[in-house]
Design a protein around this ligand. Structure first.
Ligand code: KIV
Ligand code: ZN
Length: 568
């Protein structure tokens, strides 16, 4: 591919003895949602008032975000109005801080102060661009020039803030050296230190220094080096809250955020589902749930993911992709047979051992934690026996014996190959019905009587039945120590008795108020092949007899098909 040589490679910040690679994330950062600003400004149809209010309420009332950038009130009438509505309409809970963004320009700063009147908690967020490239091509100025833009703005904001603070508003400051990642780090430190000074920051009045990857232009480790270097070099670091604002141009926004946190950042600005300019802002949900999956409380609640998706898609007219981490339609689904098997085994292991820990391979977290049911594994031609068994158990309540999984798995796989598409759970169930429950010949039970008694402490069963084979009706009867034994004895001598009884499993199955027993019977034919039958009845003994009959009928059908194939 031609053209690569016109690009200027990123110049990494040299750093000695970096410490961030040896750290782990141990606690959640302060979260700030920028959905209503950065997310909104990147929409083809920006949200209207109603949509913004709906999203705001979802963010603060249901997800639990405590800091929300609500817009750019000096830049658009809609943003100004939403700011006023939030404040005047009493939408902002007392423990939530609204954040307003403004460029470092006097008339816009003044307008922003007007917009926030009456709010209880406000973060006044101002920014100007500082990178080498922006200084060269946009502002045509040097570091002193961009520093002056920042400190002039800081002076004005500080001055205008005093009466507002005196009147009772809890007002804090945030400064973003926009395009921080492309700024020489010593220059970024110099500019941010000056801003802290001009805002009279101290430990009791910490200023948020928000360090964005306005355009993600380096690897996450290189960005982490920048953050560690910046923090080390910043005089009076305790006067600042170090915040990240990652975008996702190289698709590394999550890693950039996580490594930035390792490097010492303590706050993250992000959007739901990674909405935002170009490739988006970093996805708050993924960063938070990555922590959750490591046993760390993210301090946010995504236990109602479907509602969040629904709100997001309606308000933004954007789609959550099917493979979006934690949220996509397909992320709790396994197509591959070996994955399906392992998931099945994981669930069984957890049930058997009663462990409180999540131990299901291929599912990094329990979908139930997000309010999603485990979508039973989906079935396509790559799926194995475990997938079909899983669907039958978890969706329809049929817990087939393990030995039967392979036989039914083959039936399902053949159908999937034939159709060449994914099979719906209902199709899997129909195949189960056709294969086992709707088997009506060649032997049919016309009527029967099943009796049981106990003599001298020993149980006896008696089976009497009228069976039909093609046009012939015949009677059978037999005794045994249980219904299965009695039935086998009854059919002894008939052509039905050439199968060896191998195993049996039964359980109750409830559908609404209808509770029935299902019995799975494993027989072996004279060639040593195993064949299964399933019986369903309100009476557990009849379920097993129907199961035997089903297995025999299936065996006979198989033999007839083999004969037909050989032309016998
Ligand atoms: O991406 C960015 O740099 C921004 C700033 C305004 C913080 O959105
Ligand atoms: Zn941004």
């Amino acid at each position: 591919m031609k053209g690569f040589d016109k690009y200027i490679p990123f110049v990494p910040q040299p750093i000695e003895n970096r410490t961030w690679p040896d750290r782990t994330i141990e606690r959640a950062p302060v979260w700030c949602s920028v959905d209503l600003r950065d997310g909104n400004q990147a929409l083809i149809d920006p949200m209207n008032m109603e949509e913004k209010l709906e999203m705001f309420h979802m963010l603060v009332d249901e997800i639990g975000v405590k800091e929300v950038e609500i817009g750019f009130p000096s830049a658009s009438d809609t943003d100004y109005s939403i700011c006023r509505e939030l404040i005047e309409g009493g939408h902002i809970p007392d423990d939530v801080t609204i954040q307003v963004l403004v460029q470092a320009r006097p008339h816009l700063i003044k307008k922003t102060f007007e917009a926030i009147q009456g709010a209880k908690h406000v973060i006044f967020h101002f920014y100007n661009s500082t990178s080498t490239l922006q200084r060269l091509v946009v502002f045509r100025t040097d570091v002193e020039g961009v520093k002056k833009i920042a400190t002039d703005a800081a002076d004005l904001i500080y001055e205008m803030a005093q009466p507002v603070i005196a009147s009772g508003m809890d007002l804090r400051y945030e400064y973003s050296p926009e395009s921080f990642m492309g700024t020489e780090m010593d220059a970024a430190v110099e500019i941010c230190e000056a801003v802290l000074d001009h805002l009279h920051a101290d430990e009791a009045h910490r200023v948020i220094l928000n360090l964005p990857t306005t355009v993600e232009n380096c690897m996450p480790n290189q960005f982490a080096d920048e953050i560690e270097y910046f923090i080390r070099k910043l005089p009076g670091r305790e006067r600042a809250i170090i915040s990240l604002h990652p975008h996702n141009d190289r698709g590394c926004g999550i890693a950039t955020t996580e490594m930035g946190l390792l490097a010492g950042a303590e706050r993250v600005e992000a959007c739901l589902f990674g909405n935002g300019e170009r490739t988006g802002n970093v996805d708050m949900i993924t960063v938070a749930l990555n922590m959750f999956s490591q046993g760390i409380d993210p301090g946010l609640d995504f236990s109602h993911m479907e509602r969040i998706i629904d709100m997001y898609q309606r308000c933004t007219k954007m789609q959550v992709p099917e493979r979006q981490p934690y949220a996509g339609d397909l992320v709790f689904t396994a197509f591959s047979g070996s994955h399906q098997d392992a998931i099945n085994k994981g669930f069984n292991y957890m049930q058997e051992t009663g462990t409180t820990k999540w131990m299901v391979p291929y599912l990094p977290i329990n979908p139930g934690d997000l309010g999603r049911t485990y979508e039973p594994v989906r079935i396509n031609s790559q799926s194995g026996k475990g997938g079909a068994a899983f669907i039958m158990r978890h969706k329809f309540g049929y817990d087939m014996p393990k030995a039967m999984h392979a036989e039914f798995g083959r039936v399902v796989q053949q159908e999937s190959d034939r159709q060449g598409i994914e099979l719906k759970p209902e199709t899997v169930f129909r195949l189960f019905e056709d294969t086992y429950l709707n088997v009506n010949g060649p032997y049919r039970l016309i009527s029967n009587k099943l009796g049981a008694n106990v003599e001298n402490g020993v149980a006896h069963s008696h089976f009497y039945g009228k069976l039909q084979h093609k046009d012939t009706v015949f009677e059978v009867s037999g005794d045994g120590n249980g219904p299965i034994d009695a039935f086998f004895n009854a059919i002894h001598g008939e052509r039905m008795d050439r199968y060896e009884f191998i195993d049996y499993k039964e359980h109750a199955i409830s559908r609404g108020s209808d509770s029935r027993a299902v019995a799975y019977i494993q027989l072996r034919d004279r060639k040593g092949r195993d064949i299964f039958g399933v019986g369903l009845d309100h009476n557990i003994s009849m379920a097993s007899i129907k199961g035997i009959l089903c297995a025999i009928n299936r065996a006979r059908a198989m033999e007839s098909a083999e004969k037909a194939e050989k032309g016998e």
